[in-house]
Design a protein. Structure first.
Length: 149
C-alpha cells in the first residue's frame, strides 16, 4: 500500500480526532469521579468498608433518647444505627424539620474513625404516607367543614 499525501492527511485527521475524544473523555471521567459521594450503612463503616476522611453519605435510624443539643451553640450529637451497629454523629447547624428520634436520616460528611462521623448535611427521610403539617391541617379543617354540613 502506497502512502499518498491524501492518506497522510486523512490519518492525521483521524489521529487528532481520536486523541481529542480520548482527552475529553478522560477529563469528564476524572471530574465525575471527584464529585461522587458513596452511601454506606453504620455496619459498613464499623467493618472498615467506608473510607476515613473522604466525603461520604451514611444513612440509618436516629436512636431514641440519643440526641444531645448544646445550649450555647448549634452543635448536636446523636447516634445513628442500622439495627446491627451504631455510629456517633457530630453536627453543627440547624436540623431539618422532619428530624426526630426513631426517624430515618441520610447524612453527608466525613468519617473521623470507625465510630464517629462528622456530618456537614443532614437529610431527614419520610415514608410514602407523609403529609406536610400544613396540608394535614387544611385537610382536617376541610373534613370538619364537610361533616358539619
Amino acid at each position: 500500500m502506497k502512502i499518498t499525501k491524501k492518506n497522510k492527511k486523512l490519518i492525521t485527521k483521524y489521529l487528532v480526532l481520536f486523541f481529542a475524544l480520548s482527552s475529553f473523555s478522560a477529563i469528564i471521567i476524572y471530574a465525575l469521579s471527584k464529585n461522587m459521594v458513596y452511601f454506606y450503612t453504620p455496619t459498613q463503616a464499623i467493618n472498615n468498608e467506608a473510607p476515613i476522611n473522604l466525603s461520604i453519605r451514611i444513612g440509618g435510624m436516629v436512636k431514641i433518647n440519643s440526641v444531645k443539643k448544646s445550649s450555647s451553640d448549634l452543635n448536636v450529637t446523636f447516634i445513628v444505627h442500622d439495627l446491627n451497629h451504631k455510629i456517633f454523629v457530630h453536627y453543627e447547624g440547624i436540623l431539618p424539620d422532619l428530624f426526630s428520634e426513631g426517624q430515618g436520616i441520610i447524612m453527608t460528611g466525613k468519617l473521623i474513625n470507625q465510630n464517629n462521623f462528622l456530618a456537614t448535611e443532614v437529610l431527614a427521610k419520610h415514608d410514602e404516607n407523609y403529609m406536610p403539617p400544613e396540608v394535614a391541617d387544611m385537610m382536617k379543617k376541610d373534613s370538619e367543614v364537610f361533616y358539619k354540613k
